[in-house]
Ligand binder design. Sequence first.
Ligand code: DAV
Length: 356
Amino acid sequence: MTESRVWSCNEWDPLEECIVGVVEGSTVPIWDAALQATSPKHAEWFFKKYGGQPFPQDMVSRAARELDGLAELLVRLGVRVTRPERVDFSKTVQTPWWSSTGLYAAMPRDVILVVGDTIIEAPMAWRSRYFEAYAYRPLLQSYFQNGAKWIVAPKPTMGENFYQADYSPDRPRIDGEKQFVISEAEIAFDAADFVRCGRDIFAQKSNVTNGLGIEWMRRHVGHDFRVHEVEFDDEHPMHIDTTIVPLGPGKLLANPVWVNKIPEQFKSWEVRRPPPPVSPYDSALYFSSDWLTINFLSLDEKTVIVEEREEPLIEFLKDWGFDTIAIPFRNFYPFGGSIHCATADIRRSGSLRSYF
Ligand code: DAV
């Protein structure tokens, strides 16, 4: 065994190694209640037309070029890049409770969370994502063989009881309380509902992450970490990385629409609100809001990689003292994420610290 390369405690220490997703093999998920809970209303036609089939080839080719461009850029910048397997996700899988086609290995951030020296493989909450982590298994296997710690959270069966039969996206709150399409019957979370700030990890309940999932994380990361559950005003939440984006010690970017109350832990941090996303988009957003604009990647606490047409955001970040590297990434947006989603930290330098 050699020394483990896995080490990352926050979103901004100097990036040394990361996974960059792949889009080849991506399959449009079959329309169901879980998908309806978070997809924009205007996107329903897309899932109804293509559900269960590969994404249209021209979408895949355009996005693949941008992803490969990101991977090449990172390598030029001295970051070690690994990629998952290209899996054919159009194959149908069958469990004792249901059958489904798959999705993709485009968003490692959703599946893989590195906390300190440990890789945590998320259980996921969509049937189409049940076997997604397997695209990363050869990588995780080799990180393990090189000394990494690796744990897999218990997967929900995703049977009928797991979803709330009476959930409606038109009624996201009842008596002021947020409603979600998944129940608390079994543990579930996506890795992207967690954001790391050293010893403090922030998590939100969402349509893919439940209270049991957050509690599982709390117990497994142990006493070196504090897992804080936070709630925002996104009525259809899925993934926290277009809501709060910590940029460095004491610097938080907060979504101007969904973050009306800053979590108390950040009271001593400088909080700024980004300008609205550039619109209209020339690529359709099937899985997400247009706040993908702030789903960017920090190379270190001074430098961020952003989408090139987000000019107001670039100006805003420069104003705040950041160096920006702008790359084309719009053609990846229709798959539901931007540069942060398309990557997962494996190694950042720096030590485990408390910033609060
Ligand atoms: O803004 O719709 C997308 C997050 C992707 N991981 C949104 C959430």
